[in-house]
Design a protein around this ligand. Sequence first.
Ligand SMILES: *[C@@H]1O[C@H](CO)[C@@H](O)[C@H](O)[C@H]1NC(C)=O
Ligand SMILES: *[C@@H]1O[C@H](CO)[C@@H](O)[C@H](O)[C@H]1NC(C)=O
Ligand SMILES: *[C@@H]1O[C@H](CO)[C@@H](O)[C@H](O)[C@H]1NC(C)=O
Ligand SMILES: *[C@@H]1O[C@H](CO)[C@@H](O)[C@H](O)[C@H]1NC(C)=O
Length: 448
Amino acid sequence: MLWIASLWLLWASSILGAPVNKQRQKVLLISFDGFRWDYDRDVDTPNLDKMAKDGVKALYVTPPYLTITSPTHFTLLTGRYIENHGVIHNMWFNTTTTEKMPYYQTLFVNEWWDNGTLPIWITAQRQGLKAGSLHFPGTASSYQGQVAMVREWEPPLYNYKNETVWQENTDKVMGWFRDQDLDFISFYFGEPDGTGHRHGPDSPERREMVKQVDRTVGYIRQSAEQHGLSGHLNIIITADHGMSTVYRNGLVEEITLSKIPGFSFRDLSFHLVDYGPSGMLLPKPGMLEKVYNALKGAHPHLHVFKKEEMPERLHFAKNDRILPIILFADPGYVINGVLQFNKGEHGFDNEDMDMKPFFRAVGPAFHKNLEVGPFETVNIYPLMCHILGIQPEVNDGHLNATKHMLVTNSALVAVGFTVCKNQILFLGKYQHQHIVNVFSPYFLFCFR
Ligand SMILES: *[C@@H]1O[C@H](CO)[C@@H](O)[C@H](O)[C@H]1NC(C)=O
Ligand SMILES: *[C@@H]1O[C@H](CO)[C@@H](O)[C@H](O)[C@H]1NC(C)=O
Ligand SMILES: *[C@@H]1O[C@H](CO)[C@@H](O)[C@H](O)[C@H]1NC(C)=O
Ligand SMILES: *[C@@H]1O[C@H](CO)[C@@H](O)[C@H](O)[C@H]1NC(C)=O
């Protein structure tokens, strides 16, 4: 009787194309902050290459604008463009009091993160799954009163570069999957962003750091294996944004707002221009046109937009938190760079190739040895929801953009696995085949 029911379930799930909640597949989402799409081109990366061979590699992915850490990470967790999820900057600010908080402190400002959009942890948990997060931006916040059930954030003054700690964290995350049976974990590494900023994306230091990332990718896959997870764990590795070299010292005509004729900080009631190549301004009442006219066209590599005229493709306007004037520089330039010493920056237009992150995925849900074209990172969220078999929240991505990476009936295999635990061997044979196989002698043998 049981096997008839199981067969029916198999048939139904294949007809409806819906994942069935039996032996679920797990998902590990990893971000290596600032890993540009082409960082594997001038460094030997045997482990990343092996991962591409065993799974899927995208040429690159396109992050949302504004290409900075917290906003783009929250897009990975929600599938929403930044104007829609509300985490519009790394820095919390209040235009009335003119307070600003740096990146790390902002990780703990609950109302900054919990602005109406649910990250995947909460959605998964509401649908009966278990979720965790280690160091991923947004982890410390609660969302509509709920938090990821297992979570850890980095202490202040954390050393983001220590490879031993990376390995300890990896084993910790794999332990969460195995011992607490989590279904989804997001896992963040602060490099190669730090090294890219400090030494520039073309430096030997950055290449060394990419080698460290590569060794860690090998360690992650080995640890998954040792924890007995490789059969049902899917690992997605990507990043929030890329990195671009900043030119200074007379190599370029720098963008210094105070030197622009007709512009004065006294006409502003608040501004956020201390962040590399991008900025936002709130002019005093009646001063908007004056400020705008002074800045627009003042420097050939400075883009100036009123909020309502921001190009639609950037999806960075329709949110009350975004200030009335938005500035960004062309690659190579920063705004008001006199007190910034970074040799690499991000925050540029997401069309710029230097802003594109990498993407790799491996696991039972994914094809092997498949290279795909680019897609936007908003599409990673619906992909993860699909693999987990959960209903996504409203989002700006679509499974269309990524479904060619997936083996067609991974849900079927999962059900078959549960129904037929003691006949594991033949499962591999059926992985890529259609439901018709249910009626083959092998399958019937299994259900005897
Ligand atoms: C900003 O600060 C003012 C004054 O303390 C307060 O009334 C307002 O609610 C704050 N706004 C935000 C968005 O925190
Ligand atoms: C989002 O934050 C803004 C203030 O920055 C607030 O006015 C708005 O009510 C918040 N929306 C939600 C749904 O939390
Ligand atoms: C890296 O972390 C390990 C383990 O916590 C510690 O023993 C070691 O001293 C650290 N190395 C550096 C350079 O901080
Ligand atoms: C997804 O693909 C289907 C079939 O090709 C198409 O009908 C549909 O419009 C696509 N949806 C989006 C949002 O691209």
